[in-house]
Design a protein around this ligand. Structure first.
Ligand SMILES: [Zn+2]
Length: 297
């Protein structure tokens, strides 16, 4: 397909096939030699690279998946760091993402509530990538789904809530920074629509905020512990649409490798772990996941 030509660093297909043939003699059956890993720039439609990843999934009992912003951009939810990213286009948005500005500046809170009202998550629908992960669960393969996303689209696509580990929290809930009360986001957004520009907790008058992790806020240790545990409990670990720059979540990748899992990275841009991954896929997520996970389109 023409799109393969977009990936200029990918070797010619014949070279990739050569590596696949070589790998049969690898000491860990089917495990790629370091030089061969770079050749797993998979192409669509029956090319052997994707078939190989599919065979790993078919053979696995437990697949752990990590998703980042890249899986939701097809649903109209912009990422933060890309050229069209929220922070690139609107530096004020970065300020709204910092807890120190949020608690000290009422104007930042007012803007934040307006931004939540207008958030694309309320109208976004899960895309083919999200549905493919739900299919992976239906096949009994999905051990856990660690996500850096706050949009709730995995659950909307039908992935069981107890499989989803939201390391950065969720936009669908509100938390009181004073007493820790939590409630549905839409109830508080109704108050904003009714004219409260900076709604406060009805129990303690504390500041309300989306139940997400802002800059300057600690992650929830139990959530991170669970994310690391599921990374070390799988036979195949697949990172999808994440730049793998944010720790401690990115640490799930070396942890999975250490535990002996095959690691697949599906992302448009290179990541720091490309050199150690068993397979790299640079194809559009919404096209490749249905193919890999067996969901019909
Ligand atoms: Zn409160």
């Amino acid at each position: 397909m023409g799109r393969c030509a977009d990936y200029k660093s990918a070797p010619p297909l014949s070279a990739a096939r050569g590596h696949i043939a070589e790998s049969a003699q690898g000491e860990k059956a089917g495990h790629w030699p370091a030089a061969g890993r770079r050749c797993m720039m998979a192409c669509m439609n029956g090319h052997p690279e994707l078939q190989t990843i599919k065979s790993w999934i078919d053979a696995a009992r437990r697949v752990t998946v990590l998703t980042g912003a890249g899986i939701s951009t097809d649903s109209g939810i912009p990422d933060f760091r890309g050229t069209q990213g929220v922070w690139t286009l609107n530096p004020k948005a970065e300020k709204m993402s910092d807890i120190r500005h949020y608690v000290s500046d009422p104007e930042v809170r007012r803007l934040s509530w307006q931004s939540r009202l207008a958030h694309p998550a309320w109208t976004a629908a899960p895309n083919a990538g999200h549905h493919a992960l739900a299919e992976l669960e239906r096949r009994g393969k999905l051990h856990a789904l660690v996500t850096q996303n706050i949009d709730g689209l995995h659950q909307r696509a039908g992935v069981s809530a107890n499989k989803v580990i939201e390391v950065h929290g969720t936009l669908h809930r509100v938390i009181c920074l004073g007493c820790g009360w939590r409630g549905p986001m839409q109830d508080t957004l109704d108050r904003v629509r009714a004219g409260e520009e900076d709604p406060q907790c009805l129990a303690c008058s504390g500041l309300l905020k989306s139940d997400t992790i802002s800059f300057g806020q600690p992650l929830v240790p139990e959530v991170i512990d669970r994310a690391m545990r599921v990374a070390s409990e799988c036979e195949v670990f697949i990172a999808i649409g994440s730049t793998l720059q944010v720790y401690p979540v990115a640490g799930a990748v070396p942890l999975a490798l250490q535990a002996g899992a095959r690691v697949v990275i599906i992302n448009a841009q290179p990541t720091q772990f490309d050199g150690v991954a068993d397979a790299l896929v640079r194809l559009p997520i919404g096209e490749v996941l249905p193919d890999l996970f067996g969901a019909g389109r």
